[in-house]
Write a protein that binds this ligand. Structure first.
Ligand code: PGA
Length: 252
């Protein structure tokens, strides 16, 4: 029986990947065409420099492309930036916004993240909006209130389950090999689900909530099997087709 909402496994390559890395994307395509991810939706978010060439190798296949950030404006004098319309034109259908590496490294506020998500939706891209608490916030018992604040501040009220995905990524779990306990993940996802219901009404049950932070083949089954966990946002383990498919393969 296929799951509702449809699970989504997204690979975030961050600032990794040269043209040679396209081989991994070709291998992922083959694996997904061979039903190795079952009915799950699979997307890869390579660096912007690879989107056009990745789109060429993925054309007509089951894997969609995402980007890792966009500018809130559609165009103009913003040296070095890339707009959502440009990403769409290059072949992307998703864009990650509000990743903690951008919130922390570039001081991105909830309001900015929301304007980026709105720009993405406007351009016809689905936004994957990242939220998550720091270690200190979790230890202070503030994880749920921090994430709730980010959700209220970063999600466009006009978004729909078709153009919005939420990724819960505890900052301290990203790239560290550490993960929250299963019950902490389940509790956080339940509270995000409740909040999505407040914001979007009945549609809130269909907005996908991904877990991200040190997801790997060895922990994917437990983490992604939890209630209200509709897939994963994967960093390090998405760079190699074998690892990535070891995660997505739980849906086969
Ligand atoms: P990680 O990164 O899987 O390497 O922990 C996840 C992310 O930052 O999206």
């Amino acid at each position: 029986m296929s799951r509702d909402p449809r699970p989504l496994v997204a690979g975030n390559w961050k600032m990794n990947g040269l043209k040679a890395g396209l081989e991994e994307i070709v291998a992922m395509r083959r694996a997904v065409e061979g039903r190795q991810a079952g009915d799950a939706e699979i997307i890869v978010c390579p660096p912007a420099t690879l989107i056009i060439s990745a789109a060429a190798v993925l054309q007509g296949g089951p894997i969609a492309l995402g980007a890792q950030d966009c500018h809130p404006k559609a165009g103009g004098a913003y040296t070095g930036d890339i707009s959502a319309a440009m990403l769409k034109d290059a072949g992307a259908s998703y864009v990650i916004v509000g990743h903690s590496e951008r919130r922390a490294g570039y001081g991105e506020s909830d309001a900015l993240v929301r304007s980026k998500a709105e720009a993405a939706n406007e351009a016809g891209l689905a936004a994957i909006i990242c939220v998550g608490e720091t270690k200190a916030e979790r230890e202070a018992g503030e994880a749920v209130s921090v994430v709730s604040g980010q959700i209220r501040g970063s999600l466009p009220p006009a978004a729909t389950p078709a153009n919005l995905v939420v990724a819960y990524e505890p900052v301290w779990a990203i790239g560290t090999g550490l993960t929250p306990t299963a019950s902490d993940v389940a509790d956080m996802h339940a509270s995000i689900r409740a909040l999505l219901g407040e914001i979007y009404g009945e549609a809130g049950v269909r907005v996908r909530i991904l877990y991200g932070g040190s997801v790997k083949p060895s922990n994917a089954r437990e983490l992604l099997g939890l209630p209200n966990v509709d897939g994963a946002l994967v960093g390090g383990a998405s760079l190699k087709a074998n690892d990535f498919m070891g995660i997505a393969g739980i849906y086969a």
